[in-house]
Structures are given as structure tokens and as C-alpha cells.
Design a protein around this ligand. Sequence first.
Ligand code: NAP
Length: 243
Amino acid sequence: MHERTIALVTGANKGIGHEIAVGLGALGWSVGVGARDDGRRADAVERLRAAGVDAFGVPLDVTDDASVAAAARLIEDRAGRLDVLVNNAAIAGPMPQHPTHVDPGTVRAVVETNVIGVIRVTNAMLPLLRRSASPRIVNMSSSVGSLTRQSGPDAELTAGPVAVAYAPSKTFLNAVTLQYARELRDTDILINVGCPGYVATDLNEFQGVRTPGQGAAIAIELATLPDGGPTGRFFDDAGVVPW
Ligand code: NAP
């Protein structure tokens, strides 16, 4: 049996996902760097190893059944189980995304990555997670997926731009997470959604105000929840986010 805690972070080659890998690696964990591009994945693994992280590359395109199945086999062969899955990979899709003008293909592509991709990866990894003593699943969402915030009086200030693909994809992901939490309620698996805040990354052309390291903190907190901790909840650094 592999001694170290084993984690997989999807979209770990850059941005918040990379910093999640840094943070989990600093705990002494073995971290799978899920990334779809061979060169970007190799660079990320090299950076992490140079920083002392026990990192290994996991070729992974979350939109591709065969790629996800191969990723599960790779982790099974390496460790025989998975302790923590961080579903971080996502796309924003081309902006602007006004509902009255949007290309339906944009909505489809964003949902395919941000929602179906999470379901695909989670279900492929579940048999490995079930072998862990303290399995955790963290889904990286966003407060722009909060219907409370989108419909509140301060929406123009707190709910991001009008974006009919990206924001609802995170609402959908939140709802999907709740369904998993309900089905898995009688297991040891804790599954929650986290919002990193507004972080300067490629996703928003570096308009965000937080660092990727700050954005990663909530994922690390949810990845390290104690047994019996919360499940089916939505958190950011300040606490509970309204659905
Ligand atoms: P990012 O810098 O654009 O990184 C996204 C990562 O996802 C990249 O590694 C990207 O890989 C990967 N990815 C995209 N599609 C993929 C696919 N089909 N298969 C595998 N990997 C794929 O974005 P980020 O800002 O760090 O976002 C990380 C998470 O935080 C996302 O879930 C995002 O929605 C969430 N979030 C971000 C903010 C923010 O302000 N930045 C706010 C709220 C929530 P490539 O390099 O190959 O494209």
C-alpha cells in the first residue's frame, strides 16, 4: 500500500490548480498533475519537483472518456487508490456571453468541460477513492454560480459580468455536487464546492485581484477536512457561500 496521501488535481499545469498542487505537495502528499498538454504537464511536474513536491504527471483531458479512463488506470497502477480528487479544470469560454447573442456551441463546450468533465472524472476515480480511509472530493466552483448572488440587489458588484455559459455552468456544478453528496451520504467521502475568489489567471486575462496561491487555499482546506466534516456545502475563505 502506498504510504503517502495520494491526490489528483485536474488542470494543475497553471493557475489555481498548479498552486493547489504546490499546497498539497507541501503537506508531503504525492500529487498527480492532471493536464491535457504533454509539454505543459511536463513543465509543471518539473517545477513542482524542483520545489520538493512528490509530483507525477497524469495525462488528462476531462472531456475525453478514453483519456479519463487511462488516468484512472495510471493512478491505480501507481498507488492502488486515490485519497483526494480536486476537480479544478475549467474553461470560461469566449466572452462576452450575453444570453441574447450567445453561440449555443459556447454553452455546450463550457458545460462539457466544467460540469460533464467533473462527472466523468469523478466517476472514473470513485472506485479508487472508495479504497481510501478518508476520501475527499473538492469541486472548484465560483460565487458567480450562486443564484442568491446573481439575483441579489448587489449582483452588478458581486456576481461578475453577464455570462450565460460560464456562470450557469458553476450553478450546474454546485447542483451536481449536492446530488453526489446526497448519494454518498452514508460513505466516508466528503464532497464540497469551493470558490477561490477573483484570482489573476488566464481564465480572466489576469484581471483578478487575488494570487493563485490565495485562490488555492480553500481547495487545500476542503481537501484536508477531518473525518465527519461537512459534505455537500459551498465555501470560500470567508465561510459558507449561499447557493
Ligand atoms: P486557468 O488558469 O485558465 O486554468 C485552467 C486549467 O484547466 C488549466 O490547467 C487548463 O489546461 C485546464 N483545463 C481546461 N480544460 C481542460 C480539459 N478539457 N482537460 C483538462 N484540463 C483542462 O484558470 P484558473 O483561474 O486557475 O481556474 C481554476 C478553477 O478555479 C476553475 O474551476 C475556475 O472556474 C475556478 N475559478 C477561478 C476564478 C478566477 O478568478 N480565476 C474564480 C472563480 C472560480 P490548459 O492549460 O491545457 O488549457
